[in-house]
Design a protein around this ligand. Structure first.
Ligand code: NAG
Ligand code: NAG
Ligand code: NAG
Ligand code: NAG
Ligand code: NAG
Ligand code: NAG
Ligand code: NAG
Length: 721
């Protein structure tokens, strides 16, 4: 039975084009820590011990209670480090926010992050601290009510809220509850709740525990996908408390060397890679210059077995076929218009490049009384641009180690591991908003969703799809969320400093990618300046090493207005920018961030990009080391994301980057990295007193570097290349 109110509610939602509502909070364990080089008994270190055995021994050493090793743990090809993700358990249920991540190489625990609840009983059964039910006695019928109460809070508008309140019972009756039939070993199965009002797909729920100030609390955790939000939320079974809620949605706002020797099936007339936005250059013909390692089939093909469910092909493909698309539809990205601003995407309009895959369309926007209609005229160009930029970003991130195992976004994973069926759904000119953009990152194996908006900041309107920096920022949310805390935990960058860094990495990557002359000391790079029609961009300051232009330091986080994730992220991005300029001053800068393409035999030429390959004492190839400052910092930032714990602080993320360099280069850049962090107050003795989970506290800057970095030797001189 369809509740009568449902239709009017749908209309209400379709009409909402104002700012997106969002929620995010939770408890941060006071004992949360990231430990680099932990002290462990020498006895259990065998250099050739299997990493998972090392992990288990290490766990038994540091924690006596129950846990499970998550299946999305992996050994990283880019570094040789095994990242083991451990979930705390209590009475057979997960402690959802009880995480340990252990980084292991050659039988050694290099570092680990730990947010386990330490008040829990050990196996010998000492005191339990619990405030709620100790087992799941909640019936699915009661849980519908719990969920409805949350939907009232989460509803996107006041009118939707009152609609839910007025017709509460009708909606409640309409919810169907289906337990998951199969059982994934070691994990609680989900229960599915369908027809939940304002949710756009069945809500998944499972019971477990979360940490609160007064101990472990029994909750149900739900994953609620809505038009504008995708919440992971823990609710007490009576629905009275929300111990944590994370929104997986996050807002934002040239390589000729890339030429592949493969035939270039697709041609596009677009703003080329390296042109950040239309103020920086004109369109030209560019090619489907895919990276054969990252996109073995190119950008317009999907194996039949991996087509998205519900996809209707005129001629049904046979199993084993490769389906060749002549539209902006492929293994990494589905790009299309979404003028309606709704959730449907599969059959939305896409430009068709025809047999010759030629995506060349007019782009000539004029002043117009109806800015939106004018922008809509150029939708084919826009969708092709979004498709092209997003595919290049996929290939670029891939080459720095965001691959199938570490949770990247692809329909088909070519047998390389990880969960598949999760290409990015990229909505161009999305009708659900203006002057913004956002990205939703569910766990590995579910499609990411990128929504790009028009900006009504100028006439003609400006189209965010054409500003590469905004697209890169959004796609970087998918990267940082999947790499931090493991591919299947999307709750690690929700709020406070960690949520802020989720924004900051996006700005940083967008900034370093658009930099053509990275050795230029004076360079000033604003974020979103073209779309927003504002010289200084959409942040408080543009990015620059000059304190006069951008004075952000660690302590800036204490200032009023530095409460939200974007302001926090801007400080982090500025710190990373200063750090990267230190590396660039010594190691120079590469004209392209794209590594050389693999040769026919699969080996990667080092060319002028990597140090010559080296081998360990067993003859195994060591990870390749980028030789330039800009490519090296991108590598260290990605490797650091993999090392750092769930819900990292600035300190954790800094330490992870420094450890990433130790692992990759033997620590050649330790002091250089410290000098960059210290320049903006994040030296080794930087402190925060009275930290609160959402980023509060009193911070103290430290401008010094570790004692071991203070020498009488002259500053390092630039490498000669
Ligand atoms: C685009 O091309 C035109 C004509 O060649 C030129 O005048 C203009 O400066 C170019 N725009 C940019 C941003 O390079
Ligand atoms: C699609 O293209 C591939 C070459 O990449 C070809 O082998 C395959 O037969 C094509 N598929 C169809 C259904 O034509
Ligand atoms: C977009 O391209 C398709 C062909 O691929 C064409 O049918 C359609 O009219 C174009 N749309 C606009 C707005 O030009
Ligand atoms: C693509 O189409 C454009 C416009 O129709 C045309 O000028 C161009 O030559 C074509 N390119 C290729 C490679 O077919
Ligand atoms: C890059 O910037 C530096 C410093 O401003 C300058 O000396 C150099 O000529 C620039 N290089 C290019 C290729 O523009
Ligand atoms: C580290 O520095 C040493 C000494 O300068 C150099 O020989 C070596 O190649 C560097 N290693 C890496 C991985 O950068
Ligand atoms: C730095 O890199 C640029 C661009 O590749 C190159 O032109 C320049 O010669 C390099 N500088 C040094 C000191 O190697």
């Amino acid at each position: 039975m369809l509740p009568t109110g449902l239709i009017s509610l749908a209309l209400l939602l379709a009409g909402s084009v104002h700012g997106r509502k969002t929620m995010g909070w939770g408890h941060t364990s006071p004992e949360h820590r990231f430990v680099v080089h932990p002290q462990v008994p020498a006895s259990f270190l065998a250099e050739d011990a299997a990493p998972f055995d090392v992990a288990r021994q290490f766990m038994n050493h540091i924690y006596p209670g129950d846990y499970r090793i998550r299946q999305d743990s992996y050994t990283d090809k880019a570094t040789g480090v095994t990242h083991v993700y451990v979930k705390q358990q209590h009475q057979g249920f997960d402690v959802f926010d009880g995480n340990i991540n252990i980084n292991i190489k050659n039988g050694k625990v290099l570092s680990y992050g730990d947010s386990f609840y330490k008040g829990t009983p050990n196996r010998e059964g000492s005191q339990v601290v619990l405030n709620s039910l100790t087992a799941d006695s909640s019936s699915p019928a009661d849980l519908r009510k719990t969920l409805m109460n949350f939907m009232i809070i989460a509803a996107p508008s006041d009118r939707a809220t009152s609609e839910l309140e007025v017709n509460f019972n009708q909606y409640l009756e309409g919810i169907d509850v289906t337990p998951e039939s199969h059982f994934v070993e070691g994990e609680q199965p989900y229960t599915y709740f369908s027809n939940v009002p304002t949710a756009v797909s069945p809500v998944k729920g499972k019971p477990g525990y979360v940490q609160t100030e007064s101990g472990l609390k029994f909750v149900w955790k739900f994953e609620v996908e809505m038009e504008d939000n995708w919440y992971e939320v823990a609710l007490t079974p009576d629905g009275d408390e929300i111990p944590f809620v994370v929104d997986w949605a996050a807002d934002s706002p040239i390589p000729d060397t890339l030429k592949s020797k493969d035939p270039k099936p697709a041609t596009y007339l677009l703003f080329p890679w390296g042109v950040n936005d239309p103020s920086e250059g004109n369109r030209s013909y560019v090619y489907e210059n895919y990276d054969s390692l990252a996109s073995p089939l190119g950008w317009h093909k999907i194996p039949a077995s991996s087509l998205p469910s519900g996809y209707f092909a005129p001629t049904p493909p046979k199993k084993g076929d490769i389906v060749n698309f002549t539209t902006t539809f492929g293994n990494n990205v589905f790009a299309h218009e979404n003028w309606e601003g709704r959730n449907a995407w599969l059959h939305n309009e896409r430009p068709d490049g025809g047999k010759g895959l030629n995506f060349s369309y007019p782009y000539d926007p004029q002043q117009s009384a109806d800015g939106q209609a004018e922008a809509h005229k150029f939708i084919n160009n826009t969708v092709a641009q979004l498709f092209y930029t997003s595919n290049l970003v996929h290939d670029l991130f891939y080459r720095y180690g965001f691959d199938e195992l570490s949770g990247n976004f692809q329909q088909h994973n070519f047998g390389r591991g990880g969960a598949e069926g999760d290409a990015v759904i990229a909505n161009a000119q999305d009708g659900s908003g203006y002057n913004n953009a956002n990205f939703m990152t569910p766990p590995d194996g579910q499609n990411g969703r990128c929504r790009m908006y028009l900006w009504n900041t100028a006439s003609p309107y400006r189209d965010g799809d054409l500003e590469a920096g905004i697209v890169i920022h959004e796609l970087a949310h998918g990267l940082s969320t999947r790499l931090t805390g493991g591919p299947r935990d999307s709750s690690c960058l929700g709020w406070g400093e960690s949520g802020g860094m989720g924004e900051g990495w996006g700005d940083f990557l967008a900034t370093i990618i658009r930099t053509h002359n990275a050795t230029d000391e004076e360079i000033v790079l604003p974020m979103g300046a073209w779309a927003a029609n504002r010289d200084k961009g959409i942040r408080n300051y543009p990015y620059s090493t000059s304190l006069d232009v951008n004075p952000s330091t660690y302590k800036t986080l204490d200032r009023p207005g530095y409460f939200g994730v974007h302001a926090i992220g801007e400080v982090w991005a500025e710190i990373l920018w200063v750090v990267s300029k230190k590396l660039i001053a010594v190691h120079n800068s590469s004209d392209t961030l794209f590594p050389p393409k693999p040769l026919d035999d699969g080996t990667i030429p080092s060319e002028d990009f990597y140090l010559p390959p080296s081998y360990d004492n067993k003859g195994r190839a060591e990870p390749l080391v980028p030789i330039h400052g800009n490519s090296l910092i991108v590598q260290l930032v990605l490797n650091g994301m993999k090392l750092q714990p769930c819900r990292p602080s600035f300190f954790d993320a800094r330490d992870a980057i420094i450890q990433a360099d130790e692992i990759l280069t033997g620590g050649n850049n330790t002091c250089l990295l410290w000098s960059g962090f210290a320049e903006r107050g994040l030296g080794p003795d930087a402190r925060v007193d009275g930290r609160t989970p959402w980023g509060g506290g009193i911070r103290t800057n430290d401008y010094s570097v570790p004692l071991s970095c203070i020498t009488d030797e002259p500053e390092p001189t630039p490498d000669t290349l």
